[in-house]
Design a protein around this ligand. Structure first.
Ligand SMILES: [Zn+2]
Length: 414
């Protein structure tokens, strides 16, 4: 990026929260001169990227005119795909949901149905009356993703899902830009743009759902890693003698402490004759036990449920403390079942936080704020749409402008 392109990008990035700024504020944020900031804003107003938003609060003299991102400039489709749910949203530029489809997965769960749902959902969202200028389609999917080629390499919940060219499939069908990322990474990007990112530039986003993943935001940027696979906290080995994980290792955090691992632990214990209200709550059918059943039993002081959740939470809290010791985040953001995806998860969440504070370096204990993601279970689909908007804005920032020459050195000096 040239200096000017970088300034354009920085200006668009600072506007992503929907906040309005005056030209002097823009100059201050970007560390540039007022004439340069004014010229950038003028160009973006001409491009309809920004709009006038009235006047800011008075600071003595006449209140300054303020500008904000044009939230209606474009819309994006974002779809999250996990074993638990397939949710599609249409958002505006500020990540506000204009339309929403889908929910928890029901019925047959196989490759054909998952692909069909992604395509049908995309088509329906693009047809919605709020879609006027679609910026593209974003997919956040569990497992290993090759974002460069738009390929979902591995979706751990379907054994016949290998190297699915989702990007090409959707691009051929809808002729729009397509972005494919891991679902935890898109959720972390949503937190960065529209959640915790308003409070901090350095945070960890812990996602606990069928799997366990970590989004690492450092210096206001989401760490994606060399191949885009950063943050696989679920595959940190916590018990080498533990159960085998779908990745092939023994005792990964995910195989020991994820909600499916907790459910498997309950089924195993009941099979050994352990008495617990979990069985009654699932109608006497072990196959009907869910993490919800176990959370409910724990709230009523069922010993088995409490022990299973405590063990799992301790493993998660410990792994999180290890990550926090390495990265020293200002904040930890809890997502997935810890953020309202499952009712009454606070018993689990509290224990994770306690273990985090007991295990983290004493110098950091109590100084690492823990918050629950305000985006709840919609973080991933919103994040998938956010990544689409990000990519569109980056392209726009890099587009060479015509008719609005760079401010001359003379005007810079004014
Ligand atoms: Zn693993």
């Amino acid at each position: 990026m040239s200096d000017r392109e970088q300034l354009r990008w920085n200006l668009l990035e600072m506007m992503r929260d929907g906040e309005a700024f005056s030209r002097p504020q823009i100059a201050e944020h970007l560390g540039t001169s007022l004439p340069t900031a004014s010229a950038l804003a003028r160009d973006m107003l001409a491009e309809s990227l920004l709009i006038e938003a009235g006047r800011g609060p008075s600071t003595g003299g006449r209140p300054a005119a303020i500008v904000e991102l044009n939230k209606d400039f474009a819309q994006a489709v974002g779809i999250s795909v996990s074993r638990r749910e397939i949710i599609g949203v249409l958002t505006d530029m500020n990540g506000l949901i204009l339309a929403q489809l889908g929910g928890q997965t029901e019925g047959p769960f196989d490759r054909e149905h998952v692909l069909e749902q992604i395509i049908d959902m995309t088509a329906a969202l693009l047809k919605s009356p709020q879609t006027r200028r679609p910026a593209g389609i974003g997919i956040g999917i569990s497992g290993i993703v090759d974002s460069d080629d738009g390929v979902s390499v591995q979706f751990p919940y379907l054994s016949d899902w290998h190297n699915v060219p989702l990007g090409n499939l959707l691009h051929e069908r809808f002729s729009l830009p397509v972005v494919i990322w891991n679902d935890v990474q898109v959720a972390a990007q949503a937190a960065l743009r529209h959640g915790a990112g308003r409070l901090s530039d350095d945070f960890l986003y812990l996602h606990v759902s069928k799997g366990i993943g970590l989004g690492v935001v450092a210096g206001g940027i989401l760490l994606r890693g060399h191949l885009g696979h950063a943050g696989e906290l679920g595959h940190v080995v916590v018990d080498p003698n533990g159960p085998i994980c779908h990745c092939g290792n023994f005792g990964c955090l995910e195989s020991v402490a994820s909600p499916p691992a907790v459910v498997a632990g309950a089924i195993d214990a009941l099979g050994r004759g352990v008495q617990s209200s979990v069985l009654r709550k699932s109608g006497g059918r072990t196959e009907a036990i869910t993490i919800g059943t176990i959370l409910e039993a724990a709230r009523e002081n069922d010993r088995l449920a409490n022990n299973l959740l405590t063990t799992a939470a301790d493993h998660i809290g410990q792994a999180l403390a290890n990550a926090a010791n390495i990265l020293n985040p200002e904040m930890v953001v809890l997502g997935g079942i810890l953020a309202g995806e499952e009712e009454g998860a606070s018993v689990f969440t509290d224990r994770i936080i306690r273990k985090l504070n007991h295990t983290i370096l004493p110098a950091l204990a109590g100084k690492t704020r823990v918050i629950v993601s305000p985006l709840g279970p919609l973080a991933a689909p919103i994040g998938a749409a956010t990544v689409v908007i990000d990519e569109m804005l980056r392209r726009i920032a890099e587009e060479e402008l015509t008719g609005h020459p760079e401010p001359s050195k003379a005007s810079e000096a004014l």
